[in-house]
Design a protein around this ligand. Structure first.
Ligand code: PEP
Length: 250
């Protein structure tokens, strides 16, 4: 039985005060960690404070990106060991916005996944197709290529602890959601790719989220599907009420 994981991706939203207010409002209300992993991936600036606010609660804090080196002359970057030093638990890697606007490649994502594991941070590895790719029947090939590249060079044991987020790019922030059956189909294909690379145990253990306009109104159906183990949520994770409803659904 895979434990659901609901991760909010705040992107570049919220002031510092709004972020702290949110974490203080939800920290005592999130369901027990035994039932669901509740994560907020916040702007990097706020992470140390949010980690403090969430200490000894069932709320976990994640970053939205990081470099793959632990230190070096990389002006403006944040390293995995720096994130680990303030007890950040998760990091989103290879989000389509990072791939599109910041030229993040499959190779860089693979290095970041390795760096996350070395530093004890759980990677949430994003993959997904554009509308054009979907319409020309390339969805499975695209996600398979991205997942194979991101997961290259690990052991089955390491892969078991990773999280993959299937996020069709055309569904992110658009209000359009893949149907639950379509999302489940692609998540199932991703699981097959993991099985082909690392065997059945790794494939059955790795958690695969769906992301793309998830909200309280559609989460139940998505989570009822065999291969969907949670959600990576942008817009609907910004309000306390809807974030808590998403967690309750899990
Ligand atoms: C995301 O940011 O990864 C995302 C899925 O956003 P939204 O839920 O707003 O579509």
């Amino acid at each position: 039985m895979r434990k659901p994981i609901i991760a909010g991706n705040w992107k570049m939203y919220k002031s510092f005060d709004e972020a702290v207010e949110f974490a203080e409002a939800v920290r005592e209300q999130v369901p027990s960690e035994d039932k669901v992993d509740a994560v907020i991936c916040a702007p990097a600036l706020y992470l140390p404070t949010l980690v403090d606010v969430a200490t000894e609660t069932d709320l976990a804090i994640g970053a939205q990106n990081m470099h793959f080196e632990n230190e070096g002359a990389f002006t403006g970057e944040i390293s995995p060991s720096q994130l680990a030093s303030i007890n950040v638990d998760y990091v989103i890697l290879g989000h389509s916005e990072r791939r599109e606007y910041f030229n993040e490649t499959d190779e860089a994502v693979n290095k970041k996944v390795r760096a996350a594991l070395i530093n004890g941070i759980v990677p949430i590895i994003c993959c997904g197709e554009t509308l054009e790719e979907r319409e020309s029947g390339q969805t499975e090939e695209k996600v398979s290529t991205q997942v194979t590249a991101a997961l290259e060079g690990f052991t089955p044991e390491e892969v078991k602890h990773m999280v993959i987020a299937y996020e069709p790019i055309w569904a992110i922030g658009t209000g359009k959601t893949a149907t639950a059956d379509d999302a489940n189909h692609v998540c199932g294909k991703i699981r097959e790719v993991v099985e082909g690379l690392y065997g059945q145990e790794a494939a059955e253990s790795i958690r695969i989220q769906y992301g793309g306009s998830v909200k309280p109104e559609n989460i139940d159906e998505l989570l009822s599907k065999e291969h969907i183990d949670g959600a990576l949520v942008g817009g609907a994770s910004l309000k306390v009420d809807s974030y808590l409803k998403l967690l309750e659904a899990a």
